[in-house]
Design a protein around this ligand. Structure first.
Ligand code: COS
Length: 381
């Protein structure tokens, strides 16, 4: 039984504990799913998570708008990741792809949220480009005003859900000013003429991922999310909410790695005694448990701070993501070591955790970017 004692920390309310228990039960009955066709698996996961009501946490309810509850987002990602990385991915993208609409969208744009919260439409966040990943302000894609329309030209890459999403939140240069102040956000339906998948991308832990091509994609001016020129701040505000949830997913992987390791250490015999009797193994387990609790504190501190009304949690979210993802990588690596050959055997849970964790130190702001953010926040810059 995984350690659930963290749910008694003062960051949480009874509704969070009830949610965690209900979701854990659902996961035990429904996960993991077959990953052989990731597109089909993600569509089905979104539909099933939607049916079960779990996607309601990913976006605001247009009929009863309340702020996003970051603690619920984090508990959900942690729990899903502990059971199945692809389920966590499917859930997370419903939130990241619609985050700008939840936070800044018009009433008309928010109508989409009824579908994404019910699992009837998939969403994606299209920020990165071939020549601008970490350096968002350097993006090249353009959105030129043409009467009552904008015309989008350029490329986006590393787009999760690319190819299967129904709507994309796209960031493009509208030119109000150079750099960060000349970017805007748009809601682009997947069937907009001129939008195509240029390439599907294969990665070590497969999930739907693509490079997208925008060739004169014409969208109404009403597709603008928030104000023209505010796109950079919109992107950063969305990341402020969702970065701590990446830390939560890493925590889920780490917790699973620790659980698998304690089970292994207790049952595997070595030199005539359980593996756990070796002090070096005890040292690994102690480090892993410490890493899990420290990450948990940072993740739920960030989530609680945001839920308590802080307008920005840039520093807290960056710390949570940086520490939880880097530490989870070390924890999973130790789990592999303790599992020996089984740890690298294709199809073993620990082998899949090893592949699943790596991208989290890169996407939604690489570890190196989080250090820049933390340093600047610490200096008050
Ligand atoms: N919330 C609101 N506004 C923010 C913000 C936030 N979290 N972070 C920055 N801003 C504002 C700044 O206050 C600044 O506005 P003012 O000039 O009015 O003060 C403006 O945005 C530009 O900020 P900054 O000068 O810090 O921008 P930089 O170009 O130096 O970018 C980093 C900073 C590197 C931190 C940013 O580009 C980043 O986070 N990169 C990683 C992006 C990422 O996560 N990519 C993955 C894509 S999703 S898989």
């Amino acid at each position: 039984m995984p350690d659930r004692s963290f749910l008694n920390w003062p960051f949480f309310e009874d509704r969070h504990r009830e949610h965690a228990a209900r979701l854990d039960e659902w996961c035990a009955a429904n996960l993991p799913v077959d990953h052989s066709d990731v597109d089909a698996a993600c569509k089905s996961l979104v539909a099933r998570l939607g049916d079960a009501g779990f996607l309601k946490a990913t976006a605001i309810d247009p009929d009863d708008p309340q702020p996003l509850d970051v603690r619920t987002l984090c508990i959900t990602r942690e729990t899903l990741a502990r059971h199945d990385g692809l389920a966590d991915f499917a859930f997370a993208m419903q939130g990241l792809g619609t985050g700008a609409i939840s936070l800044f969208g018009s009433d008309e744009q928010k109508e989409w949220l009824k579908k994404t919260r019910a699992g009837k439409a998939l969403s994606a966040f299209a920020l990165s480009e071939p020549r601008s990943g970490s350096d968002v302000a350097n993006m090249e894609m353009t959105a030129a005003r043409d009467g009552d329309h904008f015309v989008l030209n350029g490329e986006k890459t590393w787009i999760s859900n690319g190819g299967i999403a129904d709507l994309y939140c796209v960031f493009a240069r509208t030119g109000e000013a150079p750099g960060a102040k000349g970017i805007s956000a748009f809601l682009v339906p997947a069937d907009a003429p001129g939008l195509s998948v240029a390439e599907r991308l294969e990665v070590i832990a497969p999930h739907p991922l693509a490079r997208l091509f925008f060739d004169g994609v014409r969208i109404p001016a009403s597709a603008l999310i928030g104000k023209a020129g505010d796109g950079f701040k919109i992107a950063m505000s969305v990341l402020d909410v969702f970065r701590s949830t990446v830390g939560a997913a890493a925590l889920g992987f780490a917790r699973r790695a620790l659980d698998e390791t304690t089970a292994r250490a207790g049952s595997r015999q070595l030199f005539g005694a359980p593996l756990f009797d070796l002090q070096m193994v005890q040292g690994h387990i102690a480090d892993m448990a410490l890493g899990v609790d420290a990450s948990s504190l940072l993740v739920y501190r960030a989530a609680w701070t945001k839920d308590s009304g802080a307008p920005r949690v840039t520093r807290e979210a960056a710390m949570a993501k940086l520490h939880a993802t880097d530490t989870a990588q070390e924890i999973v690596d130790q789990a592999v070591q303790i599992h020996g050959g089984d740890g690298v055997k294709k199809g073993h849970i620990v082998e899949s955790l090893y592949r699943e964790i790596r991208a989290l130190r890169i996407y939604e702001g690489a570890s190196d970017v989080q250090k820049i953010v933390i340093a600047r926040q610490t200096m008050g810059a």
